[in-house]
Design a protein around this ligand. Structure first.
Ligand code: SF4
Ligand code: SF4
Length: 473
């Protein structure tokens, strides 16, 4: 159910309607010469895209023809020990910048240039794209646990090849980066996470109001192609669908674009058109992080034994599917319950309240995701070097793959979680204040159920991160 769909995007010639968004009052980073030089350079982001493609080729080669033990495979180490843990940190720091250099994006551009027929994005995708992304994210996580994709170099290689096929098909048939905007599960995740980010690209509304450049920032021009993610800078008020590719900066004849720092999570405080799919993705990610943690704990094996003995069910896919469903359902139902309790005070129905306050879970989502992946990065990080040594014919030195002791990792995990819960509580409070104004009792009545849910989800994270986890490499 869509409370309010994202701004509609139609054809290359008809950008979305007017909106708001400006970087006024903050230091414009594009006034710094090095930043402006990079943004306006013809080499940006192409050089980085080609570098990413080179690494991607190495990874796929390693995954498909390298050692088939994940422990020894450079492709596995680069993908799951380095890239996957670092990527949520990148989203917080610089929004969807990764999408500007992602090899899939470049591949889509190349296919489009060679054989593209540039059909408009199907209405189905524009309307339900985020639900498709939500479903994909859940399906890939489920498949990983049932078929062991992360633990199998070949499995990871096949996953990347399947995604490559989808990217090629999308680039051949549809306009711009339809795959990245409407189909990529990482794009959906990054859209949510980028809203917590600290970089904001906006257009100066006063300048745009007098512009006669016929939306060259949206349609593309002589200096750079169209906006790959179908965003019209003049109306853009979110980092969710901007990959900082700088096409609009190059094309705008009026230097209307600004790039500014903003406090983390600030964008979440003023979501004008909350979308149920975004909030559902937030609760689903919370559940996914829970299940990722739980299946790495010793108690998971004990729980499996107990379930087998008490129910007679020995099928791992069946047991995991049940646990996975419960893990995703719990945060979703908790938010639905708090929204039901709060709705008489918010003046909105349960699902609209759910959509509005779901954004408050995103900072805790990001924190849980980063904290979980910190374990892989810091407890297994040396595997990147050792597998690279083996890949070039050397001999890896024996020893622990850890970059930091367990105690240090746990302290860092709790620090990240503390930042996340503070960000979530602050966001919920800001949402309540923006919606309920300064009428104290009403605001607190709307806020209290959601703060309780945030506290419960934080407590579950605290307990899970206190327990020892098993290594992947
Ligand atoms: S081309 Fe520049 S001034 Fe014109 S609408 Fe786009 S961002 Fe604004
Ligand atoms: S809004 Fe500008 S920087 Fe962002 S994706 Fe579109 S063209 Fe690139």
């Amino acid at each position: 159910m869509t409370i309010a769909a994202d701004r509609p995007t139609t054809t290359a010639d008809s950008p979305p309607g007017p909106g708001s968004g400006s970087g006024r009052g903050r230091r414009n980073l594009l006034e710094l010469r090095p930043v402006a030089a990079v943004a306006r350079s013809r080499a940006y982001p192409g050089v980085l895209q080609w570098a990413a493609i080179a690494v991607f080729v190495v990874i796929v080669y390693q995954l498909l023809v390298g050692p088939q033990r994940a422990h020894d495979n450079l492709g596995t180490a680069l993908t799951w020990v380095l890239w996957w843990p670092v990527i949520p940190i990148v989203f917080v720091l610089v929004g969807r910048f990764w999408c500007a250099v992602c090899p899939f994006g470049k591949l889509s551009d190349l296919v489009q240039r060679l054989v593209g027929v540039h059909r408009p994005v199907p209405g189905l995708l524009r309307r339900y794209g985020i639900w498709i992304i939500d479903a994909q994210f859940i399906a890939i996580t489920w498949a990983d646990h049932v078929w062991g994709i992360v633990g199998s170099p070949w499995g990871t290689g096949i996953l990347l090849l399947l995604l490559t096929t989808a990217v090629v098909a999308s680039g051949a048939f549809f306009q711009r980066r339809t795959f990245c905007r409407y189909l990529c599960f990482l794009g959906g995740l990054s859209g949510n996470y980028a809203r917590t980010g600290m970089l904001a690209l906006r257009a100066n509304q006063d300048v745009c109001a007098t512009c006669t450049a016929r939306a060259v920032c949206y349609n593309g021009g002589e200096k750079a192609p169209a906006c790959p993610l179908f965003e019209f800078p003049r109306t853009m008020d979110s980092a969710a669908n901007c990959n900082l590719c700088a096409n609009c900066i190059k094309n705008c004849p009026n230097d209307a674009l600004t790039l500014t720092w903003q406090p983390p999570t600030k964008e979440l405080w003023f979501i004008r058109r909350p979308v149920l799919e975004h909030s559902f993705l937030a609760t689903a990610i919370m559940g996914i992080v829970f299940i990722q943690n739980i299946t790495m704990l010793g108690i998971w094996t004990n729980a499996l034994d107990l379930l087998e003995r008490s129910t007679g069910v020995t099928s791992y896919p069946v047991i995991f599917t049940a646990a996975f469903t419960v893990a995703i359902a719990v945060p979703t139902l908790l938010l639905a319950l708090s929204s039901r309790i709060a709705s008489p005070r918010t003046g909105e129905g349960t699902w609209r309240t759910f959509a509005r306050y779901g954004y408050a879970l995103i900072p805790l989502d990001v924190a849980g995701h980063i904290a979980h992946n910190l374990f892989h990065l810091l407890a297994e990080g040396k595997a990147v070097v050792s597998t690279a040594v083996v890949a070039v014919g050397g001999t890896a030195s024996p020893g622990s793959p850890a970059l930091a002791p367990t105690g240090t990792i746990q302290v860092l995990q709790y620090l990240v979680l503390a930042l996340g819960v503070a960000g979530s509580a602050c966001t919920a409070w800001r949402i309540a204040r923006a919606r309920q104004g300064d009428t104290g009792p009403t605001r607190w009545a709307a806020l209290a159920p959601h703060l309780t849910v945030i506290a419960v989800l934080f407590a579950v994270n605290v307990v899970l991160f206190a327990l020892p986890m098993t290594h992947r490499m």
